[in-house]
Structure formats: structure tokens, C-alpha cells
Design a binder for this molecule. Structure first.
Ligand code: SIN
Length: 315
């Protein structure tokens, strides 16, 4: 291998999707086209330096599992440790991309770039968005000084902690909320607006040994609940009876909870279940008060707070 290698890991998604009809952008099957074939559609990528590929998984990301995350973390960790690898690109579905990005950042806090990319249209579309996204992702992975886990889609670079899918259909479905994007990719060049993701105090990071053992580890059961009009405590009691170890509640507004749901969560917490309060709002964060009996998610969305809680329970 030459210095400055980029490794592209395939995991599936719409970027690897196939439809029977070129004008069908929703009636396709995700995760059909291999990562090698995706690259073949972008001849300029091969001209831009050495690119290695590996098919780590082939899933529609709605079906993403801890088992795939464990395998992906092991392969990312393996390639990051190679001195001649500059960065890693991961092709992924958009639906749970933010969870995988956060999982990898929280676990690895890499000093090299790990760039997730995706598409909203299948590879067979009349005008697929995947090839340009992949090209942009490689440009970010090659950018001098790039580090941490980021997502690149529609020319926008998002940090792992902030990225959130906010639109069901548009080619630019992600937002970084209040934080804003890290930058934009324009004609293969990064226009950087703010700093790369860093290791964060209080977030779990793993040693290589821990990553290797993830695949054989029993994953703690952590569920996400939502506060809503008429929310009650029965769901908490049912989950408690099933042995749930952690609960993330997507509260209303600043993490507020229906009094019945709150009472059940406090009981569960007193019984040893870890409970975290996030917000179902797509922007902003739960601002804590000294009176809070249930800890807040430290700015994490409900699904990312779930990942964080799983990692904490594993640690
Ligand atoms: C998926 O998340 O795998 C399917 C949807 C998408 O990639 O946009």
C-alpha cells in the first residue's frame, strides 16, 4: 500500500440500492450493489489515489444491529491503526446513519477522518446522488488535518454528535441543528467552518481489546420511550418486567414528562434501571435544573443518548 490510502467500507443503504425502473426513487431495494461496483461508477475516484474497499455488511440501515456495529468498529479500528491509511469512508443508509456515526465517534474518537456517506436515491436512478456524495466523502477523508467521525451528504459535512436526518425525501436530508455544519465540499475542496469532532469528556472510548470483544458481548437492552399527550407508566412497567437495563425518554420540550410516565420512570430508576431524559424536539437541548431527578442526555438526541447509554452500560 502507498501512503495516503483511503479505505472505503460498504455497509449497504440506498446508495447501494436497486430499483426496477430508473425513475423510481422510492420503490427500490436498499443494499444490493457491492462497494466495488459503486466505485466503478466514479472513474475519477481511482485517478485520485489509492482506494481500498471492503464490504463489511450489506443492510438496509433500518435493520442496523449492534452485531454490524461491532464488526464495523473492529474494521475501522484495524484500518485506522495502519500508518499508510489516511482516512476511512463508510457507505451507509441514511436512516440510522446518525446512530452509527455517533457510535463510532463515542467509541473510537479517531485522530484520522472517518467519513460516512450515503444517498437518497438508489444507484440505479436516472440521476443518482450517491456517486457525488462518495466523491465528496473521499475529498474530506483526504483533507489534511481532517479527524473524527463526520457525515458527508449533498456537499455538507456534519459532525457525528450533531448530525440528524430531518427530511424524508430531499437529497439534502441532514441537519446539524444549532451547531451548524462543519463545512461544505465544493468542487472537491472543503470549505471548513468549524472544528472537527473531538474526544469528549464523559463519553466512553474503547481500547482495542474492548472493540475486539464487542462482537461476543451481550448487548444491554436500552429502549427509547416518548412523552406525549396521554402518556402513562404501563410501558415502563412492562419493559421493567422484561429486564430492560436502560431507558431513554424523549420528553416534550425541555425534557418534560407526563406525571404518570415520570412516576413510573422514577420507580424504575430507584430499582436500578438507568434512565436518561432527552427531548423529542429536533433542535435545542434539555437544560438541566438542580431539581431534576432524572439526568438529561447532555445535548444528545434520544437515539444517540441510547447509544451512549449502551456504551456506558458495557463499560
Ligand atoms: C437505508 O437507510 O438503508 C435506506 C434509506 C436510505 O439510505 O436513504
Amino acid at each position: 500500500m502507498h501512503p495516503q490510502n483511503i479505505v472505503i467500507l460498504g455497509t449497504g443503504g440506498t446508495i447501494a440500492g436497486r430499483a426496477a425502473n430508473v425513475s423510481d426513487n422510492i420503490g427500490y431495494t436498499a443494499a444490493q450493489v457491492g462497494v466495488e461496483e459503486l466505485l466503478a461508477a466514479i472513474p475519477t475516484l481511482a485517478q485520485a489515489g489509492t482506494v481500498l474497499t471492503e464490504q463489511v455488511a450489506q443492510v438496509d440501515s433500518k435493520d442496523m444491529s449492534f452485531a454490524v456495529w461491532a464488526k464495523l468498529a473492529a474494521r475501522v479500528s484495524h484500518y485506522l491503526a495502519q500508518p499508510d491509511v489516511q482516512g476511512i469512508v463508510i457507505t451507509h443508509g441514511t436512516d440510522t446513519l446518525e446512530e452509527t456515526a455517533f457510535f463510532l465517534q463515542a467509541l473510537l474518537a479517531p485522530a484520522k477522518p472517518v467519513v460516512l456517506t450515503c444517498a437518497m436515491r438508489p444507484a440505479t436512478a436516472l440521476a443518482p446522488d450517491g456517486p457525488q456524495n462518495l466523491l465528496d466523502a473521499v475529498a474530506v477523508a483526504r483533507h489534511a488535518g481532517a479527524q473524527g467521525v463526520v457525515a458527508v451528504c449533498a456537499g455538507v459535512v456534519h459532525g457525528a454528535a450533531d448530525v440528524q436526518k430531518a427530511h424524508t425525501y430531499r437529497l439534502d436530508p441532514f441537519t446539524s441543528g444549532d451547531a451548524g455544519p462543519i463545512g461544505y465540499v465544493e468542487e472537491g475542496r472543503l470549505r471548513q467552518l468549524r472544528s472537527w469532532p473531538q474526544a469528549q469528556a464523559g463519553r466512553v472510548q474503547a481500547a482495542a481489546g474492548t472493540i475486539a470483544s464487542l462482537a461476543s458481548t451481550a448487548v444491554p437492552r436500552v429502549e427509547v420511550l416518548m412523552n406525549h399527550a396521554g402518556a402513562g407508566g404501563a410501558i415502563v412497567q412492562a419493559l421493567q418486567a422484561q429486564g430492560v437495563q436502560g431507558l431513554v425518554v424523549a420528553g416534550t420540550g425541555n425534557g418534560s414528562l407526563h406525571h404518570e410516565l415520570e412516576a413510573a420512570l422514577l420507580k424504575a430508576q430507584a430499582a436500578g434501571i438507568k434512565v436518561v431524559r432527552a427531548s423529542r424536539c429536533t433542535a435545542g437541548r434539555v437544560l438541566p435544573t438542580p431539581a431534576d431527578a432524572i439526568p438529561d442526555s447532555d445535548g444528545l438526541s434520544p437515539v444517540k443518548a441510547r447509544v451512549q447509554l449502551i456504551l456506558q452500560l458495557l463499560a
